[in-house]
Design a protein around this ligand. Structure first.
Ligand SMILES: NC(=O)c1ccc[n+]([C@@H]2O[C@H](COP(=O)([O-])OP(=O)(O)OC[C@H]3O[C@@H](n4cnc5c(N)ncnc54)[C@H](OP(=O)(O)O)[C@@H]3O)[C@@H](O)[C@H]2O)c1
Length: 268
């Protein structure tokens, strides 16, 4: 596994496992167990995924040491006025005594600055290893950095060939914020693209593997999700090939500003 050093020197595995929409009883336990078995050591969950309990149980049952897993959860939008309680609730559900990364799920208007300050307090008390944000635009980040003390370690945003957020990536790089690519497989919606199919064939890889690799080669942390054992394994096998400059450019050119999830650009 390859790692990236965050701006507080913590090391994060570049490839993580996403858990959104994994059903708590019939999918999350099996999928997280499979991911850990395959070698993923970075698990991304959130209060609003309603599967923190299953994720925590799968981690515990894997027998892997807690410190060998990079565990991420997120502060939900309705909890901005009770950050500390929300954090403690996530810890309790996950059955752990700290998170490696706690993210603000969305830049909710009016409450995001005060909620981030409450996250800073938890960080300063050393109850969480790092704090970051999600779905923040450049404007949201500028505002945050002008009004708070701790630069977020990560901005987790939708990022895939059809939503190549070049300006946001450059801004994050410039300010030492790691970009974490969510829905790196376009939430499964654009896996039939012919440009990607041609490139994948050339490398004897799948379109999903090419999408993950493209994002990794942009320097991103990438968190694909799958409920299927074969695909969980396949998505992890992306460190044995490299896209050349021409392939990277053709994939960059697929950008359509196509979003499958939130559109934070409309949030003032
Ligand atoms: N911060 C946020 O607001 C936010 C928003 C969205 C997502 N996220 C995080 O990012 C993670 C990933 O994003 P995502 O779940 O939206 O979508 P994704 O990882 O881009 O795509 C998942 C979809 O692709 C399919 N898939 C996975 N691997 C495949 C493969 N090798 N070949 C073909 N199909 C494949 C999955 O189906 P199967 O499961 O059936 O394999 C599923 O339908 C989430 O789980 C979550 O942790 C965060």
């Amino acid at each position: 596994m390859e790692y990236k050093k965050l701006n507080n020197n913590l090391k994060i595995p570049l490839l993580g496992f996403g858990t959104w929409q994994l059903k708590p009883i019939f999918e999350a336990p099996q999928a997280v167990a499979a991911a850990l078995e395959v070698g993923y050591r970075h698990i991304d969950t959130a209060h609003i995924y309603f599967n923190e309990g299953s994720v925590g149980k799968a981690i515990k049952e894997s027998g892997i040491e807690r410190e060998d897993i990079f565990l991420v959860s997120k502060l939900w939008n309705f909890d901005h006025n009770k950050v500390e309680q929300a954090y403690e609730k996530s810890l309790k559900k996950l059955g752990v005594d700290y998170l490696d990364l706690y993210l603000m799920h969305f830049p909710v208007t009016k409450t995001r600055i005060s909620a981030y300050k409450d996250m800073e307090k938890i960080y300063k008390e050393k109850r969480v290893k790092s704090i970051g944000v999600s779905n923040f635009t450049i404007d949201h980040l500028k505002e945050l950095m002008s009004q708070t003390e701790i630069v977020p370690v990560v901005n987790q945003v939708e990022f895939h060939p059809f939503l190549y957020q070049k300006d946001l990536l450059e801004f994050c790089n410039k300010h030492g914020i790691a970009l974490e690519a969510y829905s790196p497989l376009s939430h499964g919606k654009r896996l039939d693209d012919t440009t990607l199919e041609t490139i994948a064939k050339k490398h004897n890889k799948s379109v999903a593997q090419v999408m993950i690799k493209w994002s990794l080669q942009h320097g991103n942390i990438v968190i694909p999700k799958s409920r299927n054992l074969g695909r969980i394994k396949q998505n992890f096998e992306v460190f044995d090939f490299k896209l050349n400059d021409q392939e990277m450019t053709s994939i960059n050119n697929l950008n359509e500003d196509y979003r499958t999830c939130w559109d934070p650009t409309k949030t003032s």
